[in-house]
Design a protein around this ligand. Structure first.
Ligand SMILES: *[C@@H]1O[C@H](CO)[C@@H](O)[C@H](O)[C@H]1NC(C)=O
Ligand SMILES: *[C@@H]1O[C@H](CO)[C@@H](O)[C@H](O)[C@H]1NC(C)=O
Ligand SMILES: *[C@@H]1O[C@H](CO)[C@@H](O)[C@H](O)[C@H]1NC(C)=O
Ligand SMILES: *[C@@H]1O[C@H](CO)[C@@H](O)[C@H](O)[C@H]1NC(C)=O
Ligand SMILES: *[C@@H]1O[C@H](CO)[C@@H](O)[C@H](O)[C@H]1NC(C)=O
Ligand SMILES: *[C@@H]1O[C@H](CO)[C@@H](O)[C@H](O)[C@H]1NC(C)=O
Ligand SMILES: *[C@@H]1O[C@H](CO)[C@@H](O)[C@H](O)[C@H]1NC(C)=O
Length: 808
């Protein structure tokens, strides 16, 4: 094989990956590529008799096309027909196919983070746009969708995206395997990829993952299929990046050379939790391992993490893929074990990595086997995992239930409305002095719309986007409610020049109301770009202050960002009446903002991550992975679970145009857990002077949790204001006091409920004690503690005690 070039070209635009340009792509393999037809054109499935005839083959000679056999048997037939060289040609993101046996090429790499995207391998994109398919619906970025705290919305978005993906697939414009969503927890407010994620809470992230994945993958009417290895799939999703991946590029520490030093406690409780939920509750088809090392071992070569955990313990019914060029990263960046490519390939295969996004498997697996570093059977296992997924996707047999989908299903009115609805649900009202919002069209005829994001378009769709159907920018949206006077105020978000402030002030002096749309974008927070601070860049603060000081009408600041922004000055200013956070709200973001500003929609979103003060980041390096405070180094805790000191706005914060009150209807006051003689008491560390029960805790894995272990909470939410609205009810579990290093509180359930003005709704939660009432000890064991614990509902709206006792 040709030698690899010494340099690596990094993609400046969105990518999960290093773009590497290698000779192999143009070398001998190119001929194989060219001589192989993809499914597409006249054929929508591999096992089409006419397709075989075109290749001079008779389909009845190939048992892998015999639908009377199980997928397992068919895949074995397929794999057994391949030579070793043919096998290794199928385990990279481009699977080259085997024309000899009728197997076409397949491109594994497509993305659908918040809509079908055209991000992927530069020279062989599986999903793309052109004159036939102009664009696809671009939903809010995950951080914005997460702020809705609405599980059914997440699932509905997944369903719409997979419908568009299937329609594009029918037109030869999309693959079937999508490497989305990104479910890494935002541990540090500087992380550049917060926009791709559902925020800082592992449970919320896991719920998002399970719902979005089910939306993408589930085929309606197949919920009762019991064999999870043959359940049909609409499109295959992928939860990434596994694991402890949340440093992109901070002061020269890059994801390619970063060794995340993670305690077992943080690993189980925070970094693995969303992936466990994605696999067990979402039944995701794929997990992607990350570039970084974890405690010295590259994630993609760690058998304990891949083979034992994902496939063994969690029982993945799908395949494990590497982040793109991760194997090369092991060698060239991590210099792992001074490996040669053949060693790294062998380690990854043995660790359970089925598919290499890249060409290390394709280029080196053959030699690796020849040298005895890994067995051919390891490749057979990988191929089985891969082709069963393609069988379940209908790649071989077709998918009659989706064959009718076409262009009318892409960018449909229904999907554009869902994108708008999602953006509205994700908008968070942070400040609203004297109920300055909503604005009334009776009083407000002219609106000064000011700021670098006033005419935002591509900024609203963030990264891993495709081509949207269209954009509705803030000025477009607001123009539907009044006459807009538009002033940029700054050239762009960096706002390095204050010369545009004066015209902005002039506009605000004339208009009946002022809406400033400010914030950051991918030039500040992005893949391969962590943030340097949490402030608004350049003269943006100055712009806000000067415009606010001289505005004629009410002043609203709308912030576009994924991570929190330290806007303490605006929060404190009596001249800034209202603040909205719009995240990166997708193609219809401007419409959603306008609908909220003018009260057509009452905002109910909540912050999915803490908005820290800028000083916070000076207190600890981004590379310290600890969630808990590190006392001897003076590091504060991370996320609301371990950081209780002041913040600009806390996790879960968000106001409404109405007010809600909560009252407790009933709750389970105590839980008696019957132990058998094999269930031993476990020790827990308690802080000095705290009461320590005789039997502090038991191992949750030892319990058979059934309905006798459920804890119920029934509450009533009353809308005591004058407007209808949606309220997000968040339930936090508070472990018994005195347990050393336990979280302050942690989300165990949430529901978004609509309550009409003056009305009440009963909201019930049934929590399984094994899932919800645990603490993870310093060794990573999930324990149920005994004693007096409780729940906090909402922002200290209700405190509900619960006692846990063990009985032998
Ligand atoms: C394919 O093979 C089957 C079984 O051997 C045979 O009955 C059939 O006629 C063949 N079809 C063609 C087109 O040759
Ligand atoms: C949750 O989202 C769905 C859209 O999927 C929407 O119909 C519903 O009204 C939302 N729930 C609330 C309470 O806002
Ligand atoms: C699945 O099973 C449930 C409960 O037995 C039943 O109500 C439902 O109709 C079934 N769904 C399908 C698609 O068969
Ligand atoms: C808003 O941005 C779009 C796209 O960049 C541009 O075509 C349009 O002219 C801008 N509108 C104004 C009023 O500047
Ligand atoms: C700011 O912009 C104005 C108008 O475009 C220009 O005259 C001035 O030189 C710029 N100032 C700086 C510091 O770049
Ligand atoms: C909600 O209640 C607070 C505190 O009583 C009050 O100041 C505020 O005006 C109320 N807001 C609405 C929209 O009713
Ligand atoms: C208590 O914490 C210390 C470390 O701080 C650890 O060495 C010890 O084993 C812990 N004991 C228990 C029971 O968790």
């Amino acid at each position: 094989m040709a030698a690899r070039p010494l340099f690596i070209i990094l993609s400046l635009l969105s990518a999960t990956f290093l773009f590497t340009f290698t000779c192999a792509r143009n070398g001998p393999l190119a001929q194989i590529m060219d001589s192989t037809s993809t499914v597409g054109g006249n054929y929508t499935r591999v096992c089409d008799a006419a397709r075989f005839l075109d290749h001079g083959l008779n389909i009845s000679d190939f048992a892998y096309c015999d639908t009377s056999l199980s997928y397992e048997v068919r895949v074995k037939d397929l794999v057994d027909r391949m030579t070793l060289s043919e096998k290794v040609n199928q385990i990279g993101d481009t699977a080259y196919g085997v024309p000899r046996i009728g197997l076409p090429r397949y491109e594994w790499w497509s993305e659908a983070l918040h809509g079908v995207s055209d991000v992927g391998q530069w020279n062989s994109k599986a999903s793309f746009f052109d004159d036939v398919v102009h664009g696809a619906t671009s939903f809010p970025t995950p951080i914005s969708a997460a702020a809705s705290f609405n599980q059914s919305l997440w699932k509905n978005i997944g369903q719409a995206v997979s419908t568009e993906a299937r329609a594009m697939h029918n037109l030869g414009h999309a693959g079937l395997t999508f490497w989305s969503p990104n479910i890494n927890v935002v541990r540090d407010p500087r992380w550049g990829r917060a926009l791709e994620t559902p925020g800082e809470d592992p449970f919320v992230v896991g719920e998002y993952a399970a719902n979005y994945v089910r939306g993408l993958q589930d085929v309606e009417g197949t919920d009762n299929v019991t064999d999870l290895n043959s359940r049909p799939i609409k499109v295959a999703a992928c939860c990434k990046h596994y694991a402890a991946y949340d440093v992109d590029n901070w002061l020269g520490v890059e994801r390619y050379n970063f060794d995340a030093r993670v305690t077992e406690q943080d690993m189980q409780e925070t970094f693995l939790k969303p992936f466990e939920m994605c696999v067990k509750e979402g039944d995701v088809m794929s997990v992607m391992c990350s570039y970084n090392k974890i405690n010295g071992i590259p994630a993609c070569a760690d058998a304990r993490l891949l083979r034992d955990k994902i496939r063994g313990e969690w029982d993945l019914h799908g395949y494990i893929v590497s982040d793109c060029d991760s194997i090369e990263v092991m060698i060239n960046h991590h210099k792992w074990l001074k490996d040669e490519p053949e060693d790294a390939v062998a380690q990854a295969l043995k660790a359970g990595l089925d598919l290499d996004c890249g060409n290390y498997y394709t280029n080196y697996a053959r030699n690796s086997i020849r040298k005895g570093k890994v067995g051919e059977k390891d490749i057979d296992v990988a191929l089985k995992n891969l082709y069963i997924v393609l069988m379940r996707l209908g790649f071989f047999d077709g998918s009659p239930q989706f064959e009718k989908l076409d262009m009318t299903n892409v960018c449909s009115d229904e999907h554009i409305e869902l994108a708008t609805e999602a953006a509205r649900e994700g908008i968070v009202l942070l400040k609203n002095d004297n109920q300055a919002l909503p604005l009334s069209t009776d009083k407000i005829k002219t609106i000064a719309v000011i700021g670098p994001h006033a005419n935002a378009t591509s900024a609203m769709i963030g990264n891993y986007a495709g081509v949207p159907c269209r954009y509705t920018s803030p000025i477009d949206g607001l123009a539907k409610y009044g006459k807009v006077i538009y002033e940029m105020g700054c050239e762009d978000v960096s706002c390095k020049n204050d010369s545009m402030i004066i015209p902005a002030v002039q506009a605000a002096k004339k208009a009946d109301a002022t809406v400033m749309v400010v914030g950051i974008d991918l030039s500040i927070e992005a893949e391969s770009l962590d943030r340097e601070d949490l402030l608004l860049p350049g003269y943006q603060d100055e712009l806000i202050n000067q415009v606010a000081a001289q505005s004629k009408g009410p002043v609203l600041v709308v912030i576009m960002s994924a991570g929190g922004v330290d806007v303490s000055f605006a929060k404190a200013s009596s001249k800034v009446h209202s603040i909205l956070w719009a995240g990166y709200p997708g193609e219809e973001g401007g419409q959603a903002i306008a609908d909220v500003v003018f009260g057509k929609y009452n905002p109910g979103g909540r912050l999915p991550l803490t908005w820290h003060e800028n000083e916070y980041i000076d207190m600890l390096p981004m590379t310290s992975m600890h969630l808990r405070p590190v006392d001897h180094l003076g590091y504060p805790g991370r996320t609301y679970k371990f950081h209780s000191s002041s913040s600009v706005y806390p996790f879960g914060y968000g106001l409404s145009y109405t007010n809600f009150t909560y009252s407790l209807v009933s709750s389970t006051e105590s839980l008696q857990v019957q132990l058998n003689k094999f269930q031993h008491c476990r020790e827990l560390n308690y802080t000095e002077g705290s009461y320590k029960p005789a039997c502090p805790a038991i191992l949750i894995d030892d319990l058979q949790c059934d309905e006798h272990h459920n804890v119920e909470l029934n509450i009533e939410v009353k809308n005591v204001g004058e407007r209808d609205g949606s309220e997000v009810v968040i339930v936090y579990w508070v472990p018994p006091s005195g347990i050393a290093d336990a979280p302050i509180k942690q989300v165990v359930a949430f529901k978004r409920v609509f309550v009409a003005a003056g009305k009440s709704e009963k909201v019930s939660f049934v929590l399984n004690a094994c899932k919800s009432l645990g603490v993870v000890d310093y060794k990573g064991y999930n324990l149920m503690p005994s004693g007096g614990a409780g729940f906090i509902i909402g922002d200290n709206m209700l405190k509900v005690p619960v006692r846990i006792d063990f009985q032998h």
